[in-house]
Design a binder for this molecule. Structure first.
Ligand code: NAD
Length: 333
């Protein structure tokens, strides 16, 4: 099958080529997929897309008119796809639902530890020959309360890791997970979680219900000076409300791996460019904010699995017209 791989980086090529082993023809296209770049799919029967590609009705229509019948996402989240439009155009959508939830969960914990022990500041200081400890005071994670919002595959592992630190774990999810209770977590309401947690870690998908889940009101409900981690999707938080929370001290520290407007920033080298996003630039001025550019998934294990399952989705579609891991509008209602 001929597959146009959008938003592709050299590392995507390495992992996909290794998994493909010559079975399909991958055409690597670096730009992000949208209604304009969709024409580059040319005579491909499938398109392989990533988190910031725009699979809205217009883009899908351009793809369908070129004969594309399969969109295979090399990620778990699918909020970037208009599933109703895909269905009406006869395009099958596939994803990689579980590649390595450990990769993302461990990155969330890395952000927590970095912020708590100020590793980002300590490392920069030591390189400058400054061995002062002023301003680097942290706290024991042991016996602190961690609130996990969304206890699916990733949230469950975060809960287990934090239980291992000796933390009390509070959880909020409309669909409680028995494994999370077995890990020692207690399910509470979202307001109870927010006011009872020293660290709040977000692991729910971006849906209409979770858009700006952490807004001004939610920040007010949080324990004063608590840490907030968002490694889910940028728009699960209202970034402007977080900035106000940081300025007032309501938010004691903030770790982000995702950002509402990340599509214009992340996954590219902008070090020789001015950053025009003033909200993002303001975030960078806080010493108690650590941002990584959507790299939670980026481990060798996860990339190997993403490539393997993506190739399996394509092969199965070519052979049977079905995919291993479909995403359909019916499954969301
Ligand atoms: P999952 O589907 O296994 O779990 C998501 C959980 O969120 C489910 O238990 C669901 O019931 C819960 N949920 C739904 N609505 C909720 C709400 N309103 N409040 C609280 N919980 C709610 O998904 P997962 O594999 O654990 O991934 C979670 C999210 O992490 C993905 O949707 C994706 O956005 C994000 N993610 C980020 C990266 C990264 O690199 N930063 C990588 C993979 C996934």
């Amino acid at each position: 099958m001929r597959v146009a791989v959008f938003s592709s980086k050299p590392y995507d090529r390495d992992f996909l080529d290794a998994a493909n082993n010559g079975r399909h023809v991958f055409v690597y296209i670096e730009p992000r997929l949208d209604a304009y770049t969709a024409y580059a799919a040319n005579d491909a029967q499938a398109v392989c897309a990533f988190v910031n590609d725009h699979l809205d009705a217009q883009t899908l229509d351009v793809l369908a008119r070129q004969g594309v019948r399969l969109v295979t996402l090399r990620c778990a989240g699918f909020n970037q796809v208009d599933l109703a439009a895909a269905k009406s155009l006869g395009i099958t959508v596939a994803r990689v639902p579980e590649y390595s939830p450990h990769s993302v969960a461990e990155h969330a914990v890395a952000l927590m530890l970095t912020l708590n022990r100020k590793i980002h500041r300590a490392s920069a200081r030591v390189r400058e020959g400054n061995f002062s400890l002023d301003g680097l005071l942290g706290f024991d994670m042991h016996r602190k309360t961690v609130g996990v919002v969304g206890t699916g595959k990733i949230g469950l592992i975060v809960a287990r890791i934090m239980a291992g630190f000796g933390c009390k774990v509070l959880a909020y999810d409309p669909y409680p997970n028995a494994d999370c209770v077995a890990a020692g977590a207690s399910y509470v309401t979202l307001p109870e979680l927010l006011c009872g947690s020293d660290i709040v870690s977000l692991h729910c998908p971006l849906t209409p219900d979770t858009h700006h889940l952490i807004d001004e009101a939610a920040v007010r409900q949080m324990r004063h000076g608590a840490m907030l981690i968002n490694i889910s999707r940028g728009a699960v938080v209202d970034t402007r409300a977080l900035i106000r929370g940081l300025k007032s001290g309501a938010i004691g520290s903030l770790g982000l791996d995702v950002y509402e407007e990340e599509e214009n920033l992340f996954f590219q080298d902008l070090s020789n460019t001015l950053i025009n996003d003033d909200v993002f630039a303001r975030l960078l001025t806080f010493p108690n904010v650590v941002i990584t550019g959507h790299q939670g998934f980026f481990t060798e294990d996860a990339m190997t699995e993403i490539a393997k399952v993506t190739v399996e989705n394509i092969t199965q579609f070519e052979e049977t017209g079905l995919v291993l891991y479909p995403v359909s509008v019916e499954r969301l209602v």
